[in-house]
Design a protein around this ligand. Structure first.
Ligand code: MIG
Length: 693
């Protein structure tokens, strides 16, 4: 059951799709406190007992169970994802409380919301909303999974990526020209390593101007894209939020003329600075701006581009004109002093350090909404969401039947209908591999199914073992992209010594595609979670709820990734008997039925460890170098069957939007008859080779 409580006026963020009337009853489970006159907000207090756990909040640091820390929804371009961070790039105001009564809470408010989950008082959840106009949704269901599903019903169906975007993808900030892109592809293809896409970071543009191509670096992008597609490889360019201020640049000139940009307090176009230098920010809160900016993607689509990533849309702000002026003035005052003491020295550092992404600057930026000027701070968390909505709605106009790859860095609840997300600038650190594992279920709870982290890590230098272990986990994330920052050690799979090991890992991704794709599509079409903490599947098992480093992937599998350097194995908790698979390659793996309970399992660097639940199946196929050439008409069925199992295989063309069709499903049944397994199929479109237990 979902109840909506409206506070003040509705803000209409577009996060939800279900139309609900405001409940007149008193809000149960929470004590409501109005904040003082200055703060003008609300506080909601919930009392936790010892066993209470809290899940959700999408993109955030720390464990799957978020109890014990404080988080703040404020989309932030912050590349230091350490344990102390309260906000990352997304604002995902949904929590799921596992207590005496299981509850889901969603705060639909585009300004700041704090989720103090036992930080100030270890037994209290305090939700603080920095405003008076918002909607509070309360979801009550018996089971945790049911709450997760209800929330998805509320916010609508997730975006569906084209199937090629579930292939392995390579990116790096610094592929500067055609030759460098070709070299990467050669590195993959010559070593028989699968690859589906190469990303173009900001260097493909002319002076970082959106929707332009640097002609020297890419003389004929259309022809180049066509040539790569013939090899099964797509190019995915980046689009940044800020539009360069430059005379003669059409996007800039149109924006100024038609009033598409955010304003300053005086009604002039707000000036900030990002990679292109000085920029204006499109006012994505306005419908007309969304339409205009969205249609610009066509420039690249006409060159054969089928995918995009939206960056810097928190929006990131290196400095504003006014902010910089103030900083210089403050520095001048210091310079005028005869002696710079220690206090002044730190003040100076502070002045320099607080220029970027400053809240004061955000407060100087205005949107036009329904004829009113709205201060950016009030709607900050909607910026990336509306940029992505703009692109997605344009794709529907430009290519109505085709799936286009789209994901964003900043996001808000509801953006999952328009695109996926990647989790931004992590580092090549083992702790960030663990963070990636722990973040995925939270993202899924908020509807972001097409998501993933920069595999191998973005900042800092990667090592071979880290990249290998990270890819072993990445096999299971729908967005499987290796991405690194300029200046860091090269980390493409072919750069390392154990090429065969990398080949086996990447091949496994493609071999598992019949399963991974079926589970990906069913998670979207049925509002299910693709990644789940294991307690979600074993609600009665208290031990399962303690596990922070294993995940259920789709309906049949559990994974237990290795995320520590030099580890030769790990402890795994099995919430039931399961079939263990320790995979070196499709031809070489160990299979063993293991009993419910704790186990230490040895896992070599080149081995992938996964498990199949009892009476569950996993369809696999032979690998290929890209999704376009993957054959899925003869499947090799893995399974652990003690009595009988059924599996719904989902197969469609992967490129059009006709995904809701009965004919995409094949029901596979296995029945154990004495020592034999009997196979049944609802259709004869696939051939099955059994590989049970
Ligand atoms: O300020 O475009 O998160 O993936 O490589 C850095 C360069 C801007 C941040 C993105 C990252 C991308 C980088 N961008």
């Amino acid at each position: 059951m979902i109840k909506k409580y409206c506070f003040g006026e509705s803000v209409n963020t577009g996060a939800t799709v279900l139309k609900l009337d405001s409940s007149q009853e008193e809000l149960s489970y929470f004590k409501v406190k109005k904040q003082d006159q200055d703060t003008k907000g609300y506080q909601f207090i919930y009392l936790m007992d010892e066993k209470t756990q809290v899940f959700g909040l999408g993109e955030n640091v720390r464990g799957m169970n978020k109890r014990g820390f404080i988080y703040e929804s404020h989309c932030s371009d912050d590349p230091n994802h350490d344990e102390g961070k309260r906000s990352l790039y997304g604002a995902h105001n949904f929590i799921l409380i596992r207590g005496k009564q299981n509850l889901g809470v969603f705060i639909d408010f585009p300004g700041k919301v704090r989720f103090d989950l036992g930080y100030t008082d270890k037994d209290e959840i305090r939700i603080e909303v920095d405003g008076e106009d918002f909607d509070f949704y309360l979801i009550c269901e018996h089971s945790i999974s049911e709450i997760a599903k209800r929330f998805r019903n509320l916010i609508g169906k997730s975006y569906v990526a084209p199937k090629w975007a579930l292939g392995y993808q390579q990116s790096r900030w610094s592929y500067k020209n055609e030759a460098e892109v070709e070299a990467v592809i050669k590195g993959y293809r010559e070593n028989k390593l699968p690859l589906d896409a190469v990303y173009l970071d900001i260097d493909y543009m002319e002076r970082y101007k959106d929707f332009t191509v640097n002609k020297k670096a890419f003389p004929d992008l259309k022809c180049f894209a066509k040539h790569l597609k013939e090899q099964g490889i797509r190019l995915v360019p980046i689009i940044d939020a800020g539009v360069k201020i430059e005379k003669g640049y059409d996007v800039y000139e149109e924006g100024v003329k038609e009033d598409y940009f955010c304003k300053d307090a005086n009604g002039k176009d707000f000036i900030g600075a990002v990679w292109p230098g000085k920029v204006h920010f499109p006012d994505f809160l306005q419908e007309k701006t969304r339409r205009w900016f969205g249609d610009k993607y066509k420039v690249l689509m006409d060159m054969g581009i089928e995918g995009f990533w939206n960056d810097m849309n928190e929006p990131a702000l290196f400095y504003s004109e006014e902010g910089l002026k103030e900083a210089f003035e403050a520095l001048d005052q210091l310079r005028a002093l005869e002696n710079i003491g220690i206090d002044e020295y730190f003040e100076m550092q502070n002045i320099m350090g607080s220029i970027q992404n400053s809240e004061k600057d955000y407060g100087r930026m205005y949107h036009q909404y329904n004829g009113e000027m709205v201060c950016h701070n009030k709607v900050h968390n909607l910026y990336g969401y509306n940029m992505t909505k703009a692109a997605s709605e344009a794709f529907d106009r430009i290519e109505p039947d085709k799936r286009i790859l789209l994901f964003s860095r900043a996001s808000y609840i509801g953006m999952h209908r328009y695109g996926g997300i990647w989790t931004g600038d992590n580092k090549s650190w083992w702790s960030h591999l663990k963070m990636n594992i722990q973040m995925m279920p939270g993202l899924n709870l908020c509807g972001f199914i097409y998501s993933g982290a920069d595999l191998g890590g973005f900042g800092d230098h990667a090592t071979e073992d880290l990249v290998m272990r990270w890819l072993e986990f990445g096999i299971f994330t729908p967005l499987m992209r290796n991405h690194a920052a300029i200046g860091t050690r090269e980390q493409e799979a072919y750069r390392f010594k154990d090429l065969e090991g990398f080949r086996n890992i990447l091949n496994l991704r493609y071999s598992l595609m019949p399963y991974l794709y079926s589970e990906y599509m069913k998670a979207i079409l049925e509002d299910k979670m693709y990644f789940r903490p294991i307690g979600f599947d074993y609600e009665e098992d208290e031990m399962a709820w303690q596990v922070e480093d294993q995940l259920m992937v789709g309906e049949s599998m559990m994974i237990a990734p290795i995320y520590t350097q030099n580890a030769k194995g790990r402890y795994v908790y099995l919430p039931s008997d399961m079939l263990m698979l320790r995979i070196r390659s499709m031809e070489d793996m160990d299979r063993k039925v293991m009993e419910k309970g704790h186990h230490y399992i040895e896992v070599g660097l080149n081995e992938v460890l996964c498990f199949i639940k009892p009476n569950h199946l996993v369809p696999t196929t032979n690998p290929s170098l890209c999704i376009d050439t993957l054959k899925e008409d003869k499947l090799n069925l893995w399974g652990y069957v003690t009595s009988e199992a059924t599996y719904m295989l989902y197969q469609d063309d992967g490129y059009t939007k006709k995904y809701e069709d009965e004919t995409h499903y094949t029901k596979i049944g296995i029945k154990k008859q004495e020592e034999k397994y009997e196979l049944s199929l609802s259709r004869n479109t696939v051939k099955i080779n059994m590989n049970i237990n």
